[in-house]
Design a protein around this ligand. Structure first.
Ligand code: HSE
Length: 300
């Protein structure tokens, strides 16, 4: 039996919701091809699109490690599996690259075994993959990659994940400046103590964003996507962050911010053309400061 599964890139945090909000985009994404074999244990026979950066060793790859945890939980720890991983998005981009692979792998094994439980049951296994990739098992990439759309992680202990609606016709422009911002390091530089005034501002914005999603109020969504806790620190790792924000807002973006831990940035727009105008302008700016980039335009 063989199965091929695609899982999408995701934008975690959504500016104000550090570790608790994320949404999936249509593209890019990663693909896993999984095959049941006669030989006990998991092998990874092929990885493409990673420029040789990812390990074929199943003990070191987030896909095989999370699939192994799942197999143990269903009492089939020795099942023979071969995995091919096709990376179709940049690694270390802030677009949930490891999450997309992990989620594709977990969905593949769930389907191969005919497990008809809710996909959300796969989350704890996917979070193990995140923990391995960057030292912390956050769910704001894996949950939307698995469930689609906008997702809120209401609580981690116990895990409580809520799907949120969003206005139809909202577009997302993403630009990935090809600079190195490892999530592990981008988590280490943020403050772990915050003051009450900033906390009040932040939870006002999170509540405003969630309300805007429910009310189809794009202006409210835009006003609320502000971050006084994490962005002021992480933006320093992204060359020209504030210049790019000004350019995007001048071109009509609803909001602008860092995708996940960066270096990708994203903007919400009300139409597709504006999203393309933004990616074009930002990529030209990055070329001007000698930074390569990729861009994507997606509905949510
Ligand atoms: N919430 C996580 C972080 C997402 O910001 O570190 C990582 O992609």
């Amino acid at each position: 039996k063989t199965i091929q599964v695609f899982a999408p890139a995701t934008v975690a945090n959504v500016v104000c919701g550090f570790d608790v909000l994320g949404f999936a985009v249509n593209e890019p994404g990663d693909e896993v091809v999984m095959r049941v074999t006669d030989k006990p244990g998991i092998t990874i026979s092929k990885i493409t699109g990673d420029n040789g950066r990812l390990p074929l060793d199943p003990a070191k790859n987030t896909v095989s490690v999370s699939v192994r945890h799942y197999l143990e939980s269903v009492g089939q720890p020795h099942l023979g599996l071969d995995i091919e991983l096709h990376k179709k998005m940049p690694i270390g981009s802030g677009l949930g690259s490891s999450s997309a692979s992990t989620v594709a792998g977990l969905f593949a094994i769930k389907t191969l075994l005919g497990d008809d439980n809710d996909v959300a049951k796969l989350l704890p296994f996917a979070m193990k993959g995140e923990e391995m990739a960057c030292g912390h098992g956050h769910a704001d990439n894996v949950a939307p990659a698995l469930m689609g759309g906008f997702v809120l992680i209401r609580s981690y202990e116990p895990l409580d994940v809520v799907r949120l609606p969003h206005p139809a016709g909202l577009y997302c422009a993403i630009v990935f400046p090809d600079v190195d911002v490892p999530t592990r390091e981008a988590r280490q530089i943020i403050r772990n103590k915050i003051n009450m005034k900033d906390a009040v501002t932040q939870w006002g914005n999170v509540a405003g964003l969630v309300s805007g999603l429910f009310m189809n109020d794009i202006d409210l969504i835009g006003r609320s996507m502000k971050d006084v806790l994490v962005e002021p620190v992480r933006s320093m790792l992204i060359p020209g962050f504030y210049q790019m924000r000004d350019m995007a807002m001048e071109l009509g973006a609803v909001s602008f911010g860092i995708s996940g831990s960066g270096p990708s940035v994203f903007a919400f727009t009300r139409d597709e053309q504006t999203a393309h105008n933004i990616t074009k302008k930002l990529q030209a700016f990055l070329t001007g400061i000698k930074i390569n980039s990729n861009s994507y335009v997606s509905t949510i």
